[in-house]
Design a protein around this ligand. Structure first.
Ligand code: HEC
Length: 172
């Protein structure tokens, strides 16, 4: 009994080349799996911030369309303001996530309308505080400005829907 233990103490648990191979493979693979698991765990940890509504904001930012790669047809018909609003802006502006002026809420829009249409469009294109820049993605600047007009008008303004400038050679 004690002899056997003595033997094992010298030779160790690896007794043939197959066991050695298995040990070597496991010694490499296990840490790799562990590291992958750790990376995934850290990557998936919710990125939280202070303040109320951060969760909804994070969610809205995750679903908002930015930077998607798309082959665009330059001659496709431009989308109207309502379309763009529903596709891109409603995620925040329908409910008023993180202080976004809510759609149709004249009290929330009144102080902003005072800046004038151009300033509002610039905010929408370049982003403002919690609002990410909206210039990229699926819509072009004119469509974004149409969405601004659509939203602002619902909030009490009376901006005309922006129209593309007539290009040379445009059949009109
Ligand atoms: C991720 C959420 C989010 C999305 C998506 C979003 N907005 Fe906003 N928006 C905000 C927030 C928050 C504010 C308030 C910013 C501030 O003044 O602090 C805001 C403010 C604005 C303002 C007022 C800016 C000003 O200068 O007062 C306009 C105009 C506007 N958004 C247009 C749009 C348009 C058009 C879209 C879609 C193309 C859009 N937003 C999409 C969150 C969003």
């Amino acid at each position: 009994m004690s002899d056997k233990h003595h033997e094992e103490g010298h030779t160790g648990p690896i007794k043939n080349s197959k066991q050695l191979l298995i040990t070597v493979v496991l010694a490499f693979i296990l840490p790799v799996i562990l590291i992958i698991g750790l990376v995934n765990f850290v990557g998936s940890a919710p990125k939280t911030g202070a303040g109320v509504g951060m969760h909804e904001l994070a969610q809205a930012q995750r679903i908002q369309k930015i930077g998607s790669i798309e082959i665009r047809d330059a001659n496709r018909p431009l989308r109207g303001g309502e379309d763009v609003y529903k596709g891109q802006c409603a995620a925040c502006h329908a409910t008023g996530v993180s202080g976004a002026p809510k759609f149709g809420d004249a009290a929330a829009w009144a102080p902003r309308l005072g800046q004038g249409f151009e300033a509002l469009v610039q905010s929408a294109l370049k982003g403002k505080n919690a609002m990410a820049p909206q210039g990229g993605g699926e819509f072009n600047d004119l469509e974004i400005s149409r969405a601004v007009a659509f939203m602002a008008n619902a909030g009490g303004a009376n901006f005309p829907e922006p129209q593309p400038e007539a290009k040379e050679g445009d059949a009109k």
